[in-house]
Design a protein. Structure first.
Length: 153
């Protein structure tokens, strides 16, 4: 186990790893989207003692050659998540922002996990994020968020 040292204090124990880069992948339930030229897929995560994972991601459609695909969107997780409930109901994992470049507007994002998962889904206004919800995804549109979950041990 490594320690984190804050200047002027002793080490804070319990940090198992450092932040690790991870490239998030956006898929869809029917046809995967094409992010296009100059798109961004950035992420990083840290796995702490006890299997707690904190994950930050950014996915942005590019400036040309984009295609929203078809169906409900799914964002890959760096480490599979365990189910926290015996009945495998939706479990809130975190939050984020969706930005519609053409409308210069944003929507707040709530992220969900269904049972044991290798991906998360997003919910806005009681609807899952898809190729045409909460808006039609196109050039320069982006989604970003931070989630916290328990990893499968």
């Amino acid at each position: 186990m490594s320690s984190l040292l804050i200047p002027g204090s002793g080490p804070i124990l319990g940090f198992a790893e450092i932040w690790t880069a991870f490239t998030p992948v956006l898929t869809a339930s029917v046809t995967d989207p094409t992010l296009g030229t100059s798109s961004k897929q950035e992420g990083r995560f840290i796995r702490l003692r006890g299997g707690l994972v904190v994950y930050r991601f950014l996915i942005q459609f590019g400036t040309s050659g984009t295609n929203a695909g078809d169906g409900q969107y799914q964002i890959s997780l760096p480490v599979p998540a365990t189910s926290l409930t015996p009945s495998n109901v939706n479990t809130s994992m975190g939050s984020g922002v969706l930005f519609d470049w053409s409308e210069s507007g944003h929507k707040e994002l709530c992220t969900w996990q269904w049972g044991i998962a290798t991906y998360l889904i997003g919910v806005v206004d009681d609807a899952t994020i898809s190729h045409n919800a909460p808006f039609n995804w196109t050039v320069d549109d982006r989604m970003s968020g931070t989630v916290t979950y328990q990893a499968i041990t």
